[in-house]
Design a protein around this ligand. Structure first.
Ligand SMILES: *Cc1c(COP(=O)(O)O)cnc(C)c1O
Length: 398
């Protein structure tokens, strides 16, 4: 596919989020582009004119659909990138990238703290099923990365800030180490979002975003994206993973995410501010054992985050309370403003305990092994959120 057109390049991200990827509807003059739910498109009378290998071709919606393409223009613009591929979920995007880049015998280095599906793919699936050599490392420790990387390593995958501990990885330094060894670098940017962090500018080759989270932001659609300036690799991903494995997004979900993304920068600004305030409050609260948020000076990744994150530190706060799993559950259930549910980046605040029996708990730094909670700050009034956390903590004797 050709480089994505961005008529608003150079404008602020708030302006780009409103204007890129949209236009008047040619048929009706409507000020919004339509939702095309068709799965098939009329072919020309002369089939010799059809270029079946073109990823621009509108023929069948698994090969691409207009709502997907318009959202791709927008997501590419949010990252100041030449191209984006939008697929059915964040995990579909991660899988599409790994599936296309890796083959048996390749070496991939991945972080000890990462999204659950990345852990599953590299800890159990790509290694056992396909003979990919998968090496887990503490990505926040540059010396540890230098020790395991070898010339010819195919891929280094980073997640920063990471889910669920909010650890911060130095994208620029890892990209340098990786490129010196001939490896590509992919960054899962879901926690930061492009409002706060643009890994391509820091040397990454590929970025993955779960659009389900902050970019859609309304808890009502699932999608994921791969973003890159490597047009050749991106077309290979379209061909190998979208067309031939089938991870395409539904036009309706693409349409919904497109709509949600219009207010993404404004929501993110609010979420950054509220999260900072709530993290500072939690840090002072008795019976809170630790708060991991990159915006807090107490966070070991704070100085690095200040360098590589621009507008703020995101909407997820990881914190601990001095109690057992059962009491943590009772605390979550006692909240009235905050919703007890998985996911993050929605309009409403969401809370989810990370129980001490999670099989990955010993991969996390020590302090995360007891009373650990992941909290996604929403758009409610931050003082209402603080009051709610306080009343629920008190209600379970904390
Ligand atoms: C949620 C999430 C994903 C997966 O996205 P889905 O849209 O749920 O498939 C990947 N990475 C991170 C960091 C996430 O938080």
């Amino acid at each position: 596919m050709a480089k994505k057109e961005n008529k608003y390049k150079g404008y602020d991200i708030t302006t780009q989020a409103i204007h890129t990827g949209t236009d008047y509807d040619e048929g009706t003059g409507a000020v919004r582009r339509p939702l095309h739910m068709a799965n098939s498109y009329k072919l020309p009378d002369d089939l010799s004119q059809v270029n079946y290998s073109s990823t621009d071709l509108l023929m069948y919606s698994r090969n691409g659909n207009p709502n997907q393409h318009w959202l791709e223009e927008k997501v590419a613009a949010l990252h100041d990138a030449d191209d984006a591929i939008v697929l059915g979920s964040g995990v579909a995007a991660l899988h599409a990238l790994f599936w296309t880049l890796l083959k048996s015998g390749d070496r991939v280095i991945y972080p000890n703290v990462s999204y659950m599906a990345v852990y599953r793919m590299f800890h159990e699936l790509f290694n056992r099923k396909f003979g990919v050599e998968t090496i887990m490392v503490d990505m926040t420790d540059l010396d540890a990365v230098k020790q395991v990387i070898t010339p010819g390593t195919r891929l280094v995958h980073i997640e920063t800030p990471d889910n669920p501990t909010n650890g911060v990885t130095d994208i620029e330094a890892i990209a340098k180490i990786a490129h010196e060894n001939g490896a590509l670098v992919s960054v899962d940017n879901t926690f930061a979002s492009p409002f706060n962090q643009k890994p391509l500018e820091l040397g990454a080759d590929f970025v993955v975003e779960s659009l389900t989270k902050f970019i859609n932001g309304h808890g009502d659609a699932q999608g994921g994206a791969i973003i890159s300036n490597d047009l050749e690799a991106m077309d290979r991903i379209r061909y190998e993973a979208q067309v031939n494995v089938g991870s395409v997004i539904s036009p309706f979900n693409a349409w919904q995410i497109f709509r949600g993304s219009v207010t993404f920068p404004l929501r993110m600004q609010r979420i950054n501010e509220s999260s900072q305030k709530i993290a500072e409050w939690l840090e002072q609260r008795e019976n809170v054992t630790f708060v991991s948020y990159p915006g807090l000076p107490s966070n070991p990744g704070h100085e690095l985050a200040k360098r590589q994150m621009k507008n703020g530190y995101g909407g997820v706060i990881s914190f601990g309370v001095n109690t057992d799993d059962k009491t943590v559950e009772r605390f979550c259930a006692a909240l009235k403003v905050v919703t007890f549910a998985v996911s993050l980046g929605h309009d409403e605040s969401l809370i989810f305990p990370q129980p001490s029996y999670d099989e990955r708990i010993n991969l996390y730094p020590e302090k995360f092994r007891k009373g650990f909670i992941r909290f996604s700050v929403g758009l409610e009034d931050p003082d209402d959120i603080i009051a709610d956390l306080d009343q629920a903590l008190k209600s379970v004797g904390l």
